[in-house]
Design a protein around this ligand. Structure first.
Ligand code: SF4
Length: 228
């Protein structure tokens, strides 16, 4: 039995998640907030490579700079690494990411005719591209159903009580079973927005959370604050 079901034995995880995602969609809307997740597959791929351990505004700044100067895989594959490093300096690990961008672009040209592939197997075969980045490209670039599980999605799924998991990959497998089909394109965006604004890593704002009624941790918080 999952934590979610322990929190309320009458509950059904899929239905509750449906309610959570509906409330979050009403609150935040369904449009991506970031420039790098709101564009074509190449933009999403470049942005997601740059996004690791970097805040969204810095990721967007660096992705814009790269794509203004090198707008295609062909151009990026020919870019001098020093030039790329200067453009992506706002992001963490910028030297490594500059090399990675050039490497990935060259393989897009060599293996895929300069086009970002729309199959997970082809994406994860590129260097440094894991399941999360591949899922971001599928969802945000191609609008294909996939669930990118980053730190926000993993943390909130555990707090909600829908995933009793240790790793993002385990959480992804659980979510793939229970996320209602109509939310597959939006679950990442909605949970990330919630994680950045309310369900913060250290001090989640449970008292003002719109999904607390469906959340295992939110219910605990309610019970504690109502204790005489
Ligand atoms: S009730 Fe608290 S733990 Fe649950 S989703 Fe809201 S902020 Fe996060």
């Amino acid at each position: 039995m999952r934590l979610w079901e322990k929190a309320d034995s009458s509950g059904d995880a899929g239905k509750r998640l449906d309610a959570v995602l509906g409330a979050l969609a009403d609150l935040y809307g369904l449009s991506p907030w970031n420039w790098h997740t709101n564009g074509d597959p190449f933009r999403v791929l470049v942005g997601t490579i740059l996004s690791h351990r970097t805040r969204d505004p810095k990721t967007d700044e660096a992705a814009r700079a790269v794509l203004e100067k090198y707008p295609t895989p062909e151009a990026l594959a020919q870019a001098p690494v020093e030039s790329l490093a200067a453009l992506v300096r706002p992001v963490n690990f910028y030297k490594t990411k500059a090399r990675r961008l050039k490497e990935v672009a060259a393989l897009l040209v060599e293996r895929h005719g300069g086009v970002v592939p729309d199959r997970e197997a082809d994406l994860v075969a590129l260097p440094g591209i894991g399941p999360k980045t591949a899922a971001c490209v599928l969802v945000y670039g191609f609008r294909k159903p996939a669930i990118p599980v980053d730190v926000h999605v993993h943390r909130i799924s555990r707090r909600l009580g829908v995933a009793e998991t240790r790793t993002p990959e385990e959480t992804r497998r659980v979510l793939e079973e229970i996320v209602p089909a109509r939310w597959m394109l939006h679950v990442n965006e909605l949970l990330v927005k919630h994680g950045q604004t309310t369900c913060l890593p250290r001090n989640p704002k449970c008292a003002e959370c719109v999904v607390a009624v469906w959340c295992a941790r939110g219910r605990l918080h309610d019970a504690e604050t109502q204790r005489p």
